[in-house]
Each structure stands twice: as C-alpha cells, then as structure tokens.
Design a binder for this molecule. Structure first.
Ligand code: PLP
Length: 469
C-alpha cells in the first residue's frame, strides 16, 4: 500500500514511512492511495473472534508489505493482552436497542490507548528494521500524553518527552504521566498554557538540525497508524450485533475527527453502517459546518468533556479530500483560507458531508441530564464525553430496529470532579489503578522557554540511550 498527501505536493510513501513521519512535507496528511475492502464473509467471520485477530485482519491491507501478518498479529496480541477486560472493547446494552461500546479499558482509561498501544509496537518494529532510534515530543491537554507514556514505557528504541501545562490537567491525568519510572519516558510541566506547550513542540520540529539530531517523531492524532488501529472496534462491535446482515448507527464523541474518521473508513471498507453521528460538546465547529456549509473557527469554551474542547478538527482534512473527489487544489485553498481568515466554504463538498453524517452538539445541561437519566433508567454510569455521544444519537431520531451504538471514549473515574458535580458521587478508579493516587511523581517544571526545553530533551535522550546500550 502506498500513501499520498492530501495537498498533492509530497512524494508517495509506504506505511512504515508514514508511521514514522506523521505530517507530510507539504503540510498535508497522508491517506491510502486506494481503499481496501473486506468481503461479507470476512466481516461475518469476525463475530466472536479475539479482538487482536480482527485487528490484524483489518489492518493487514493498510500495512501491506511492511509487516507480515503473523508479526502483526503478535503485536496486536501483545498490545491488547493487558487491557482490563478480556473483550478489550466490550458492548454494554443501556436501552431496548442502544448500546455503549466501552473503549476505556486500557491503562489510561481513555480510548486513545487502543491505538497508542499498537502504535508503540509498530514504531519499535519499524525502527528496529532500520537500526534507528526516535524521540517523540508532544504537547498534551490531558489524555494523549498519558496514553503515549504508557504505550512507550517498555520501548527499547523510542524516548518520549511530553509537555503539559503546569496546574491545568487533572490529578489523575497528571499522575498517569508522572508516575511511570522508566528512563525513556518523561513528562514536563511548562509554566504556561496548552497553546504554549504546542508552540514549543512546533518550534522544536522547525529547528531542522535539532529535529534530525534527535530523530523527532510525532504521535498526535494526525498519525495515520492511529486512525487505522481505531477501525478495528467498529468491525468488532458491528459483527457482534449482526453485521453484515444488519446495519448499525454509530455515534462518536468527536474532537480532532480521528475516531469518527475511523468509522467512515470502516464503512468505506464494506461495513454496513447506516449512519455516522458526529457528536460534539459546546465546541461545535463540525455541527455548524454541517448545517451551514461554512467551516469557521471560534474561541474554545471549557466544558465537562475537556478532550473535545477544540477549536478545529485536524483530521477533517482527510475527509474533505475524499469528499472533494481527491482534489488537492481544493484542500490547499481551503486550508490556506483557514489559516489566514479562520474560515472556508465547504462548497462542492457540503452535499456529501451532509448526506454521509449526522452532526449535533450537546450543551452542558443536556450532558448532565443524559448522565442522570441513563443512571436512573439502566444503572449505567457514563462519562461526559460519552454523554455527548448519547445526546447526539438521540437527536438523530427515535430508536428503531437498527442498533444504535455510542462510543464511550473515557471511564467516568478519569473526570471525577465533573462526575461529582453532576451525580453527587465520585466514581472510584478501577482496582488495577489503586496505587495511582499515592505513587511517587517525577517531573521537572520548566519555564516557557525554548532553549531550556531543548536542553532538557537532549539530556533526557542522552541518558536514556546510554542506559539502554
Ligand atoms: C481524544 C478524545 C476524544 C476525541 O477524539 P478525536 O479522535 O480527537 O475526535 C473524545 N473523548 C476522549 C475522552 C478523548 O480522549
């Protein structure tokens, strides 16, 4: 499989190149040159199969020659072997024909573990083949940093440095980053905001000498391998509920458009998804664009679902590329207008976007109400991100014969303050995380100063690689 850039001005690459590179040199995102499909028989055979086996079958056509199927399966078994539930992503029924797909049984209690655990193993494998090391630097507002540190803490070839805004992530989120003791993973508090952290990361990537010396790499949600790894659970859930003989509706709590794009890819591969619902919180750039045909940035408002508090949805570029009939000139124009004027017109892509998705935003009042109602009716406790998904699913119409599946992207214990405000109770952490709140933390606090951060990254990487060899 080869990969092409949405902006049309970068060379085609293999899966391994795309895995290690992230953003294309022309500023675009990589997409597969063709969309593979799975037969109805293959989809049917997924019912009851172990998650790792489905993952290997779904990902094999995207990985192509880079990794043989047995190795891919072994990586998936290793990645998913230590999730907190043997089904990896279990389905829970909450109403007559409504289901919650729990994606939060990984080590950091959010769905990002599903992709990140496999991504770490894929990157180690690619780096070993090339006899190289890499350094991941990233900024996090909460969930991504912890998932990356957990995924790479056993890596022999990758060092990870995650910057987070000092005092602005929850205790649980910070501790997930600062309690691992391995020498190759580091969380750094920056005296500044999340935007300052992102600017520091960007500046490190823009210093080409520094970037090459440390082999900088990224694991944010525009990394194609993360999207592919998320396609698996759409097949797993749909096959369990009767696909390919029955269609499904999936409602997906959405921030950067990564998770819902994975659902669109599953459909493209032949999964009979009747409806894909984009669920946002009050940061509603996608529902607004869906209704008006204009994609327009606004300021971010803080909500009880912070992982969806975004200004723009980076992965939307991949969908726009498809909706435009793969027209890189349209993408260059739209993204240019977005960075200069903060908006662009969907133009010819609006009709397709309108028909392929339903989109709705959930207000804070609706989120709290959905959590309380569901608890009262079925005893099921969902987190505020998941509740956005339920509100959006309900806005798409009443229950029908078609199963409605809400993706649950976080465990309620990850957001205890919001849950306590809404329900009056603080959800407890699962037993396997019982020491998280008392384990020793380790992290430096640095000024928002590029040179100081670069010095830290260089010394961290030097001591880790000295220890490894
Ligand atoms: C990252 C995240 C999301 C948004 O996912 P995208 O792929 O960015 O759309 C939703 N919920 C939680 C809990 C997350 O961590």
């Amino acid at each position: 499989m080869t990969y092409i850039s949405t902006r049309g001005e970068a060379l085609p690459l293999t899966f391994e190149d795309v895995l290690l590179m992230g953003l294309a040199r022309d500023g675009g995102l990589y997409v597969p040159a063709v969309w593979p499909t799975l037969s109805r028989e293959t989809i049917q055979s997924f019912a009851g199969k172990p998650f790792a086996e489905v993952a290997a079958s779904v990902m094999a056509p995207f990985v192509g020659e880079s990794i043989d199927k047995a190795t891919l399966l072994a990586m998936a078994e290793d990645a998913y072997g230590h999730f907190g539930h043997p089904a990896v992503t279990p389905l829970v029924q909450i109403d007559r024909n409504r289901w919650v797909l729990e994606l939060f049984h990984g080590p950091t209690l959010a769905f990002k573990d599903v992709a990140m655990q496999l991504l770490a193993r894929l990157m180690d494998h690619a780096l070993q083949r090339r006899g190289r090391r890499a350094t991941i630097v990233g900024a996090t507002s909460g969930d991504t940093g912890g998932a990356a540190i957990e995924a790479f803490r056993s890596s022999k070839r990758v060092d990870v440095v995650i910057l987070f805004p000092d005092g602005r992530v929850s205790d649980v989120q910070r501790r997930m980053m600062t309690t691992p003791t391995e020498a190759n993973v580091h969380a750094v508090a920056i005296k500044g905001t999340f935007d300052d952290c992102q600017a520091l990361v960007k500046a490190m990537f823009n210093d080409h000498a520094f970037r090459d010396r440390l082999s900088l790499s990224g694991v944010n949600s525009i990394n194609w391998a993360r999207i592919v790894a998320q396609v698996t659970y759409y097949f797993v859930a749909a096959a369990a509920l009767g696909a390919p003989h029955r269609g499904m509706t999936f409602s997906v709590p959405t921030g950067n458009f990564g998770d819902i794009l994975a659902g669109w890819v599953a459909k493209k591969m032949g999964l009979p998804i009747e409806r894909l619902v984009i669920a946002s919180n009050e940061n509603d750039i996608l529902p607004r664009a869906h209704a008006s045909g204009v994609y327009e940035m606004r300021g971010v408002v803080e909500t009880s679902s912070p992982s969806m508090d975004i200004q723009i949805s980076s992965n939307f570029e991949r969908y726009l590329f498809e909706a435009s009939g793969r027209d890189p000139a349209f993408i260059r124009g739209a993204m240019g207008a977005l960075s200069q004027g903060g908006r662009f017109e969907l133009a010819a892509t609006a009709a397709k976007f309108g028909s392929e998705f339903h989109a709705a935003s959930a207000s804070e009042v609706q989120v709290a109400d959905a959590i309380r109602r569901t608890k009262a009716a079925s005893g099921y406790l969902m987190d505020p991100h998941t509740a956005c998904g339920l509100v959006a699913l309900e806005s798409a119409g009443p229950q029908t014969q078609t199963p409605g599946i809400v993706l649950s992207t976080a465990h309620p214990a990850k957001f205890p303050d919001a849950m306590e405000r809404i329900t009056g109770e603080r959800p407890g952490l699962p037993p396997r995380l019982s020491t998280l709140l008392t384990d020793r933390e380790r992290f430096p606090v640095l000024d928002n100063d590029l040179d100081a951060v670069k010095r830290f990254v260089e010394s961290a990487v030097r001591s880790a690689s000295a220890g490894a060899s």
